[in-house]
Design a protein around this ligand. Structure first.
Ligand SMILES: [Zn+2]
Length: 134
């Protein structure tokens, strides 16, 4: 048993996300976008998402909720493929890591997310201080 990772694109809000499926799984799934919650119904054969068979292979047997943090603005698969192609042509000497700016792989946090993060940091600091100093 192994996992098959694949990247999908949400055409409703234009983000990409990736997720794993077991290679022993065959059936219909509903994948909910982490940003707009639009659902994508797909037929999966041995862990691989298929283009055909979305609506004629029976009802979905599993729903997958993608987290907001799993979404990113540009296809990482395409970017890595482009870099690998350049490496094959000896125009780029990095094979398995793609340098990129923070803004390309992570999304700017909203004001609400910043407040939530600050609150969680404060809770952890309180917990640490309490354990350390009583
Ligand atoms: Zn979406």
């Amino acid at each position: 048993m192994g996992q098959v990772w694949q990247e999908m694109n949400c055409t409703q809000c234009s983000v990409y996300f990736s997720f794993p499926l077991e290679n022993t799984f065959t059936g219909v799934v509903k994948v909910h976008c982490g940003i707009c919650r639009h659902y994508h119904q797909r037929y999966v054969v041995q862990g691989v998402v298929q283009e055909d068979g979305r609506y004629n292979k029976g009802p979905a047997v599993m729903e997958i909720d993608i987290l907001k943090s799993q979404c990113y603005p540009r296809s990482r698969v395409n970017e890595i493929r482009e870099k690998m192609e350049l490496a094959r042509k000896k125009k780029f000497d990095e094979r398995d890591a793609v340098p990129c700016k923070e803004g390309e792989v992570v999304q700017e946090m909203s004001a609400d997310d910043k407040v939530r993060r600050a609150h969680i940091e404060e809770l952890w600091l309180d917990k640490y201080a309490n354990e350390k100093f009583g």
